[in-house]
Design a protein around this ligand. Sequence first.
Ligand code: SF4
Length: 564
Amino acid sequence: MDLHLSGSAATDLERQAVESILGPAEPDGSRVIRGGQLERERRHLLLPALHALQDTVGWISRGATDHLAERLSVAPAEIFGVASFYHLLATSPQPPLAVHVCDDVACLAAGAGELLRELEASGVEFERSPCLGQCEHGSAALVRRAGGEQDRIDAAVAPVTAGQVLGFLRGDAVPAPNPAPLGPPTELRALRRAVELGPEGVLAELARSRLVGRGGAAFSTARKWEAVARSPLQPHYVVCNADESEPGTFKDRHLLELEPFAVLEAMLICMLATGSRQGFVYIRDEYPVARARIASAIGALRADGRLGGDLDLELRRGAGAYVCGEETSLFNSLEGRRGEPRNRPPFPVERGLFGRPTVINNVETLVDVLRILTEGGESFASLGTPESAGTKLFCVSGAVQKPGVYDVEFGTTLRQLLDLAGGVRTGHRLQAMLLGGAAGMLVGPSRLDLPLTIEATREAGLTIGSGAVVVFDETADLGEVVLRIARFFREESCGQCVPCRVGTVRQEEALRRLFAGRPLGSREEELGRLRDVAQVMRDASICGLGQTAANAVQSALSGLLEGV
Ligand code: SF4
């Protein structure tokens, strides 16, 4: 295969970075002799290798791309296509230090607009970032500096002030929590119970629990596991989707940081039930502490002899792409390709990662399995409602007294949830809530008595989604919020299908004209155009991103922004 190299040479540092992932290069000519087959089989290491270059050098040069192309027998154009897909990888020279400051809806609701205005006024160069998953803090920055092991910085700072950001850019020390390595795992009670029950017993207990996925799609977990367990196609894989990127959502970060063994224990149970020997935890790269905790927990399980040999778990880093939360995009990302969603069927349980039957579950869903095994499926199902069994983690952020993660029974109302979070900030009143994140809907105070169940929200034309509830008081500019959501979808669209690629651009353009008081034709014509674009995106987009990109906009225009 002719790789069409650019002829640029990699530096020694770049070669070392690639070697840290791929190992030493084999003697010249071996690729030609074998036709590159063995190298291409290691393509799944492309994203880790790109991370190694980004971490060490700060960007991915042409020389490094050529070198990787030769090492993996993949054309440089394809490698560039992958590297340029992700926000956190650079394909042009960058200063070693980058500060990404969240300007997404939850931080805006908590008042971060002032911080951003101060930074803009100062004239410093900083990156505006979509949600960093630190929403309970009200403002957040991700600080990264490329370099050798000792010089490297990778830290989420939240809450953060404009003064701190200016200081980081001047070279001030960055408070980087360095979580201590974890000791040996505790007894892993649920795993022991799973071994006693055996695969069939685990599947039966799961079916009794009526657990459905907590990532937004609400599909039966038992059916998913069972489909993979019964598939004759081998091998089977288990993937933990920890690419929590829905704006306003941060519950999985808490679980990964605080209960890393629980996440891995649940994966081991899933592997036992489905006959899988290899699992992957795919964590969004904006979560450095979660990453460190999971890496440490995997190390502890290996040291303890519970992992190793042909039974293993591996941590993989995302690289800044909301769409990779979609399960088939995540598989592509793990395989070293652009994180573009695949057409379905086939479904992941039939042909998922590497074309093999795969269970992919969200972090919260997996952790729920532990309780189901230790307390029994029926006990879990006795909570909530028949269609929405058990409990659910909700992420409450924005203009509330006590933002945070709340574990409540399905059926709890929005009002009760807000009360748990201490209610709206003192001296302010509720204007609106964003339910389900950017892919969800904006609702007004009239919805406060809505029970939070899958069926009740569906009946009301809403969604629980990932469990995000972003609260806006009367000081929030909902027009700004809606525009931010429209920009979010325009920026995050992978561009693979026309309805979403063009629709998200047209949606944002029309909103900007409306808010500027310069509609194309009349205001009604512009609103009609927005409705048409929304309909086309919903009906004709390949994946959930395009299908939900107009939800929040339409819900705001039909109720909360009538005066626009
Ligand atoms: Fe990509 Fe959007 Fe199409 Fe999904 S809907 S495949 S994100 S272009």
